[in-house]
Design a protein around this ligand. Structure first.
Ligand code: ZN
Ligand code: FE
Length: 256
């Protein structure tokens, strides 16, 4: 089983999982990168997974339908191009023989879902759309800080080995913010150096892992005294996890 990040637009990734013959893709915001990969690797597209309704995640769906031999799965509570199979929290789907659990992760959008394959070969896989980014998280377009905090807490509780497949290459910009929050975090400093090398070579920084995110992502580290202290310096009224998270999110929105 191969996990591939197809580049789309400026900084999107369309994740593709394939077994050498069949493929599924996640959030095809445009069709061309998927069509190119299917042709190049001689793969049959057997499913499309959709995390949320934003155009940069659904824009290629209709163009891919005539090559698709299988379902389109997406969030029940959002409007994505019909027809598709609507999913709720705790639903399970099977794609490429793998079981994926649906996890409700509202916050970036109201009905955002993530897909988690606990039994994937090598290590679990998480497709988390625009909820969790490496060293960052999605903006709160439709949900509250409390919702997003709860969503991120669910993802942070997954096994540390879980491969985190985010929908955007935002890692370097996120690292600059993370280092402002926690300048003394040596895991963060090491990770930043590694990511700068990867990007200088034109390579993806993803997938990340849940273990790495727990050590480096300020939006999962609301319980760390240093993080809470930084958040208090930027508007958090207390060390309450949601207050810390909300202050970090607001600070990041205006961060150069
Ligand atoms: Zn989005
Ligand atoms: Fe997006």
């Amino acid at each position: 089983m191969q996990l591939v990040a197809l580049s789309a637009f400026v900084d999107n990734y369309i994740w593709m999982l394939h077994d050498g013959a069949r493929a599924v893709v996640v959030d095809p915001g445009e069709a061309a990168p998927v069509q190119f990969a299917l042709d190049e690797l001689a793969l049959t597209l057997v499913g499309i997974l959709v995390t949320h309704h934003h155009e940069d995640h659904i824009g290629g769906i209709d163009e891919l339908r005539d090559r698709l031999h299988g379902p389109i799965w997406g969030p029940r509570r959002e409007s994505i191009p019909p027809p598709y199979t609507p999913l709720d929290d705790a639903d399970h789907i099977e794609a490429l023989g793998l079981d994926f659990e649906v996890i409700d992760v509202p916050g970036h959008t109201a009905g955002h879902i993530a897909f988690y394959a606990a039994q994937a070969p090598d290590a679990p896989i998480l497709f988390c759309g625009d909820t969790l980014f490496s060293c960052g998280c999605g903006r709160l377009f439709e949900g509250t800080a409390a919702q997003m905090h709860a969503s991120l807490a669910r993802l942070a509780a997954l096994p540390g080995s879980t491969r985190v497949c985010c929908a955007h290459e935002y890692t370097l910009a996120n690292l600059r913010f993370a280092l402002a929050v926690e300048p003394g975090n040596t895991d963060l400093q090491d990770y930043a150096a590694r990511c700068r090398d990867l990007r200088a070579r034109g390579e993806a920084t993803l997938p990340s892992s849940i273990a790495l995110e727990r050590r480096t992502n300020p939006f999962l580290r609301w319980a760390e005294p240093v993080v809470a202290c930084s958040a208090r310096g930027h508007g958090a009224a207390s060390d309450d996890p949601v207050a810390v998270f909300a202050a970090l999110r607001a600070w990041k929105n205006g961060f150069g």
